[in-house]
Design a protein around this ligand. Structure first.
Ligand SMILES: *Cc1c(COP(=O)(O)O)cnc(C)c1O
Length: 397
């Protein structure tokens, strides 16, 4: 059995050695509750404070603006619900978002619509981008929140967050961004980017699963999401996951310290993959070629099903994805690819390769050998491909 090539880092990443080491003392030894006044508790409290400061520094925030959560999804839920409730208090019942958000955002918005709010979902251009002008046009006098993701988890496109933030600032509308795919991978500065609320998640940057954070700018009201004790300045009750939080803070510090060199290496690997895979006839890159995450490749191959492609690649030791992990298992094509305007037939044949700095040139070469083999094998068995080749139906890409 050859070695496993893991290229599904947008779904989750392996923990770094540093993140594991940082967590160990809290699994064995340092067991205090930071809310306890005695020495054992205060040791944990200091660790918590240190982690908050470390994370704040990476985002150019103040430690008091960081609230720990159990995951990125929770941070998204809390930010959006809080802004919705505070908007309603002022008679504002409208939210602006996009059609290709993560389900943690989309499903929260759908729920709020059922509860009487109105949501404008901005159309995404075929290059996988929305513009600040679109946001500007969609804002109304009763808009309570704009929520636009920093970088898309499937096609990797990086949105013009600074410009969108500027529009929100000028119009006085709170601005939340789901930055789970961006933080630790590309420079994020909450002040320069005009961000009021931001969600992040540790397991997307070599930290542990089950821990995230919400940045909420001072002055932006944040409602309590989980009722109970006074943890997280009364906004999120529950004894803190100290080991996870400390580990997350070191993982983020490490990835931010190496961001430029990692990105430089990843862009080379990414572009080799894109150029190599585009040699497959009737293939297409999804999302803008330049305004994308350094580690993201997302392709469509006409005439095949993404599921078949994934299973055969897995048999060759290559672990990739065909859209988001949350939608695999359902037969609907990804809502993100549909939002980019791809026809259903084409969106079904998608492949997402998301690299990390742990991948190598050899991994890329192995993928560039395996994918064309598997695509042509699947096309050889596909009745759709036969019709395309005979000219009985037109090629769409
Ligand atoms: C992974 C992801 C989330 C969810 O984060 P969890 O910590 O897994 O809940 C939210 N948004 C985006 C863009 C993601 O990629």
């Amino acid at each position: 059995m050859s070695k496993t090539i893991y290229v599904d880092n947008a779904a989750t990443t392996a923990m770094s050695d540093k993140a594991i080491e940082a967590m160990m003392p809290y699994l064995k030894g340092v067991y205090g509750n930071p809310s306890s006044l005695h020495t054992v508790g205060q040791v944990a409290k200091e660790a918590l404070d240190g982690a908050r400061a470390r994370i704040a520094k990476c985002l150019n925030a103040d430690p008091k603006e960081i609230y720990f959560t159990s995951c990125g999804s929770e941070a998204d839920n809390q930010a959006i619900r809080s802004a919705a409730v505070n908007g309603l208090r002022k008679g504002k019942k409208h939210i602006v978002s996009t059609a290709f958000e993560h389900h943690a955002v989309l499903h929260t918005l759908k729920k709020l619509e059922k509860e009487g709010l109105e949501v404008t979902y901005l159309d995404v251009h075929s290059d996988g981008l929305v513009t600040a002008e679109q946001v500007q046009k969609a804002i109304r006098s009763d808009t309570a929140l704009v929520t636009v993701m920093y970088a898309n988890n499937e096609v990797g496109t990086i949105q013009p967050i600074r410009e969108i933030g500027e529009v929100c600032k000028k119009t006085g509308v709170p601005f939340h961004t789901d930055a789970v795919q961006a933080v630790g991978h590309i420079p994020v500065d909450v002040k320069a980017d005009n961000i009021d609320m931001l969600s992040l998640s540790a397991h997307k940057f070599h930290g542990p699963k089950g821990v995230g954070a919400l940045y909420c700018k001072r002055g932006i009201p944040l409602n309590t999401f989980i009722e109970g004790g006074a943890q997280e300045r009364g906004r999120r009750a529950g004894t803190e996951n100290i080991g996870g939080i400390v580990s997350m803070s070191y993982a983020l510090e490490e990835t931010c310290a190496h961001m430029a060199e990692n990105a430089a290496k990843l862009v080379v690997l990414r572009d080799k993959l894109i150029d190599g895979l585009l040699k497959i006839p009737h293939s297409k890159l999804n999302g803008d070629r330049r305004k994308r995450l350094p580690a993201n490749v997302n392709m469509c191959f006409e005439g095949i099903e993404g599921e078949g492609l994934l299973l055969l690649l897995d048999a060759k030791g290559i672990c990739a994805s065909s859209g988001s992990a949350c939608t695999s298992g359902s037969l609907d094509p990804s809502h993100v690819l549909l939002a980019l305007g791809l026809p259903h037939e084409v969106a079904h044949g998608s492949l997402r390769i998301s690299l990390s700095e742990y991948n190598t040139e050899e991994d890329v070469q192995a993928i560039l050998k395996a994918v064309p083999e598997v695509v042509s094998y699947l096309r050889g068995m596909s009745p759709v491909w036969e019709e395309l080749e005979k000219g009985e139906r037109p090629h769409l890409i």
